[in-house]
Ligand binder design. Structure first.
Ligand code: GLA
Length: 401
């Protein structure tokens, strides 16, 4: 028995070691671009290459958007005779290894999509029963990021299904950011911190402020579902579950898509940064306007999302009668980000009464208007700002020197 003990313990020890293996991959929320929100099934290797080239030229890569992720609808409708997934040769004639090489040569990381069920949401083969085989295939293509969906899962248990794919990725040996996409249905924030690096908290986003189309919601509705610990509204208080290596994912960005005004794109981006959300652009970045590019690449706003402290922000104040919501996020060095949203359909003067954001320390802070790039006094007196409909004013507060 003495001799056997090390042998019996070995798998358990190996598993513990594996559970820690990829935990340095997403110490700040992942950033990149994903095909789904704009292109859905209409994808091709030339689109991926052009997008990567555009992201080098327009500064997105250097601003931190390094994961280029091919979402659903990239494979043939059936596996081959060996049970392998097959990239659609019409869409990816050079194959996935070549595409991964192209991305890696330009400083990007390569992301792909599969599903925990038998078929993906777009009715392509899912990874159910093929987890280890698929993880090995992805590793052979140089995949660095896997988005893993939840359609057609039958009676499967979410935690088991996602843990199995995590273990398959570990076994394949290539470090992969694992993006859990079960839409918050099984409260992944309670169990997924050591399974994946990010987990969706809601159904799908579409390019609307607060619209609803069945399964899809505008960004304001998704924001409302994150809610706040401070007011104890909605009870979930999801911010407490996020941290370095494990993030809530309120879904990808619609910034720059046609259903949003410029103000709504700016507000959406600002608030996703307050949420420490993964920043996966979902627009046609090769053809976006300079104004949208300026939003997506603003270093000061991105710094709020990517702050090393890794704390998700929350809603500190909501006053529907005054059409104002204030969301705040603690930052490293004792700074705070403060974002005031105008929820009305017209421009309005919003007054920030700093002492009502009671989570803030009572000391006086210097106030910097992050989008306007100018100082805005200090917190010793209230600040009134003109904000367009569905737009935000975004501030960074620092201790007075
Ligand atoms: C689900 C996901 C989306 C997208 C589609 C693809 O709806 O939530 O983000 O991946 O599937 O079919």
């Amino acid at each position: 028995m003495k001799k056997l003990l090390p042998l019996l313990l070995a798998p358990a020890l190996a598993l513990t070691a594996m559970a820690k293996k990829f935990d340095q991959l997403a110490l700040t929320p992942p950033m990149g671009w994903n095909t789904w929100n704009t292109f859905a099934a209409d994808i091709h290797e030339s689109l991926i290459r052009q997008t990567a080239d555009a992201m080098v030229a327009n500064g997105m890569r250097d601003a931190g958007y390094v994961y280029i992720v091919i979402d659903d609808c990239w494979s043939l409708k059936q596996r081959d005779a060996n049970g392998n997934l097959v990239p659609d040769p019409q869409k990816f004639p050079s194959g996935m290894k070549a595409l991964g090489d192209y991305l890696h040569e330009r400083g990007f990381k390569f992301g792909i999509y599969s599903c925990a069920g038998t078929r993906t949401c777009g009715d392509y083969p899912g990874s159910w029963g093929h987890e280890f085989q698929d993880a090995r295939l992805f590793a052979s293509w140089g995949v660095d990021y896997l988005k893993y969906d939840w359609c057609n899962h039958g009676t499967a248990d979410a935690r088991d299904a996602y843990t199995r794919m995590r273990d398959a990725l570990f076994a394949a040996g290539r470090p992969v950011v694992f993006s859990i996409c079960e839409w918050g249905q099984n409260k992944p924030w309670e169990w997924a911190a050591d399974v994946g690096h990010l987990w969706r908290t809601t159904g799908d986003i579409y390019d609307s402020y607060d619209g609803r189309k069945g399964w899809e919601s505008g960004w304001k509705r998704l924001l409302d579902q994150q809610y706040s610990l401070v007011e104890n509204v909605g009870a979930d208080g999801l911010n407490k579950f996020a941290g370095p290596g494990h993030w809530n994912d309120p879904d990808m960005l619609e910034v720059g898509n046609s259903g949003l005004t410029l103000a709504e794109s700016r507000a959406h981006f600002s608030l996703w940064c307050i949420l420490a959300a993964p920043l996966m652009a979902g627009n046609d970045v090769a053809r976006m306007s300079p104004a949208i590019r300026a939003i997506l690449t603003d270093r000061d706003v991105i710094a709020i999302d990517q702050d090393k402290l890794g704390k998700q922000g929350f809603r500190a104040l909501a006053e529907p009668a005054k059409a104002i919501e204030v969301w705040i996020k603690p930052l490293s060095g004792g700074d705070w980000a403060v974002c005031a949203l105008n929820t009305s359909n017209a421009a309005a003067d919003l007054t920030l009464e700093w002492d009502r954001l009671w989570t803030l320390d009572r000391r006086t802070y210097q106030v910097r208007d992050v989008w306007a790039k100018k100082d805005a006094g200090d917190t010793s007196k209230p600040l009134t700002v003109r904000v367009d409909s569905h737009d935000v004013a975004l501030f960074r507060l620092s201790f007075a020197k």
